[in-house]
Design a protein. Structure first.
Length: 403
């Protein structure tokens, strides 16, 4: 397939960015509804909805439908250009508000937002005035920009929307990349901003392709493929990256938190299995329980078993195991966890041999109950535990021999 044919195949996929943008809106919607009073979230939702509308209305079948319903050939042109212009202005306003914070009411911020609203409202009004003055009777679904590039008033309409789009993209890109370079950004926010920056960078390729094709018509040349075959798939890819940029900070943090909870639940399994052998039964399985609830129930079960079990811990043996772990080169935190794991194993065995024995007093279990994650991870290292046990036993025998 020749390059133009390949790009034409990509051009038919207007619904791909629409689907991605709709998915982004669906991901954001629960948070928007839950935190409806947050104006920034409402603005993101409105922006994604507007982006969906842009790709629905710029698809050739929708263009033909709009022209047919209204009875005005090419009325989709000012309508689609107005949507694109409004979307660009909304992106610029959102980035200004997002970066500076909604509480920022400084004169510079207010002046910038007022300039965007007034300027782009005037551009949209001018687009409709120019279309009303133009003579464009022949419907063009794919190549209107180049077909009417030399037609009075349509020429000015096309150039105006491209310039407004380009200026908004340049300013938005500048603000985004300046923001990316600031210190202290969350990894998900930084990733989202980079995706937005690349997406807006692709929009510059879209503008350059369109402007080059239009300018070529002015000089009597034919570079229409830049407008009809290159620009649309670039715009589609740009929309996908922009959608990813807006949802990544939220979705990424959500998935990270879920993964962290599930990992913590999984890491507690060895200690949970060991303590369940003492209790005789574990935590009842709830099919619809949230991961956070399962983690809390497992942690609570382990601590409830460790409290009475701690009376069977031999503190002297625990200190010898800690010293042995340090002597084997383990870091202090790991040595402490290995010693605690061995002490719990011994306590379980002691409890099993003498179930009616209450143990020895009320030991201090503060560290033990706080470090259950580290102790459980230590139980996953049987070779390290065996080495520490052997070294501690040898040390105990040496002390006994000297005595």
């Amino acid at each position: 397939m020749d390059p133009a044919g390949f790009l034409r195949e990509l051009y038919i996929s207007f619904w791909i960015p629409t689907a991605v943008l709709t998915a982004a809106l669906a991901i954001k919607l629960p948070t928007i509804i839950r935190l409806w009073r947050d104006p920034l979230l409402r603005a993101v939702g409105a922006l994604l909805l507007m982006a969906c509308a842009v790709f629905v209305f710029v698809a050739p079948p929708t263009i033909a439908w709009t022209n047919r319903v209204t009875g005005v050939p090419n009325i989709s042109a000012p309508w689609c250009y107005s949507l694109i212009t409004a979307f660009c202005a909304s992106c610029l306003l959102l980035i200004i508000a997002w970066r500076n914070g909604l509480s920022d009411r400084s004169p510079d911020t207010r002046r910038a937002m007022r300039w965007v609203i007034v300027t782009y409202s005037a551009v949209i009004a001018a687009l409709w005035v120019l279309f009303a003055l133009a003579d464009a009777p022949e419907e063009r679904l794919r190549d209107l920009d180049t077909y009417y590039a030399t037609t009075p008033f349509m020429r000015e309409l096309i150039v105006l929307y491209l310039l407004a789009h380009c200026v908004a993209v340049l300013i938005t890109s500048k603000l985004i990349w300046e923001w990316v370079r600031t210190e202290g950004l969350d990894v998900w926010l930084r990733g989202g901003l980079k995706s937005l920056g690349i997406g807006y960078g692709l929009n510059l390729i879209f503008d350059l392709s369109k402007m080059t094709a239009v300018a070529a018509r002015w000089t009597g040349h034919d570079l229409d493929w830049l407008s009809t075959d290159l620009a649309p798939p670039v715009a589609c890819l740009s929309a996908i990256l922009i959608a990813v940029g807006f949802i990544l900070p939220h979705a990424g943090q959500y998935l990270h938190d879920r993964w962290r909870v599930r990992l913590a639940h999984h890491e507690l399994r060895p200690l949970y299995t060991l303590t369940r052998s003492v209790n005789g039964s574990g935590v009842p399985f709830l099919l619809r329980a949230a991961p956070e609830l399962r983690l809390i129930r497992r942690e609570t079960f382990i601590r409830d078993v460790l409290l009475p079990l701690a009376r069977h811990i031999d503190e002297e043996a625990r200190r010898r195991a800690h010293a042995a772990a340090l002597a084997l080169g383990h870091p202090p935190d790991r040595a402490k966890a290995l010693a605690a794991a061995l002490a719990i194993q011994d306590a379980v065995e002691a409890r099993r041999r003498a179930p009616d024995h209450d143990g020895c007093g009320e030991p201090d279990t503060t560290d033990l109950l706080q470090e259950i994650g580290a102790v459980s991870r230590a139980l996953r290292r049987p070779d390290d535990l065996a080495a520490v046990r052997t070294r501690a036993a040898a040390r105990a025998e040496s002390v006994s021999a000297h005595e």
